[in-house]
Design a protein around this ligand. Sequence first.
Ligand code: ADP
Length: 302
Amino acid sequence: KLIVLGSVNADHVLQVDSFPRPGETVTGHGYKVLPGGKGANQAVAAARLGGEVGFVACVGDDDFGSRMIKAFRDDGMDTRAVMAVPDMPTGVALIQVAANGENSIAIAAEANASLTVEALEQHLEYLGGAGMLLMQLESPIETVELAARTVASAGGKVVLNPAPAQPLSDDLLFNLAMITPNETEAEVLTGVTVSDEDSARQAADILHGKGIETVIITLGAQGAYCSGPDGAQLITGFSVKATDTTAAGDTFNGGLVVALQEGKAMDDAIRFAHAAAAISVTRLGAQTSIPNRGEVEEFLTN
Ligand code: ADP
């Protein structure tokens, strides 16, 4: 069983010509409210890509929260551990996208902050049954630490996508079987400025030194550097016309854990994840851009 623990956000997206300066008002267009949050994105990716996924998360007791629970079920997820928090809005991201493609984002945890140690304690038995647990860092860190400890001590594999970047305790790192930082996150965790295969190797060696068996550093359009028990290599991604890279990393992580759960070899699992992520960058939005299994298989045969 695969469990994803993490955040749920409503992404309020507005297109603007240029960002407003302090005190200025600008007129935008194309307002949309799209489902996002790294936890939800990765859980949805894993489910659409063929995984049997249980999701542990908190939403608000608002319209968006109840619509998200329904959407998760429609994607085939087990939502028994998705909690609706009374008198709280669902997590939110206010996103402005400028004409040149740059974005400016303000987020608030809201209901995600209620995924506390106490809330998780109601679901520890469920969590302990995970063969694999995938998490990110948009949830309270004590909760991430408890979940990692619970699954690792029950013999499950803990995978952490350490995003958004923040320094982590040795105790948390020690409970991880696998970590999947991007370049920025790898630098925050190791102090190594990561930009290519050589610097990725240096950063990966530091993370191995913390007790993590497998390190996968994603390098955007360059692909991913993977270092583990079977050796180390750069696995290039697929070249596509990028429309919106939002949730590329999330789609990669969801695809990766599903492929590994199925017993695919690491290099095949990474190619599967690259294909899923490549399709997602050709489409707009977070969860709206995540492909299903059939689309990825067709992409891989072409
Ligand atoms: P994040 O989105 O977390 O910053 P990356 O930018 O490293 O992560 O991208 C994660 C993965 O998404 C990459 O390893 C690759 O598979 C895919 N990807 C990202 N950007 C592109 C791109 N421009 N073209 C093709 N694939 C991409």
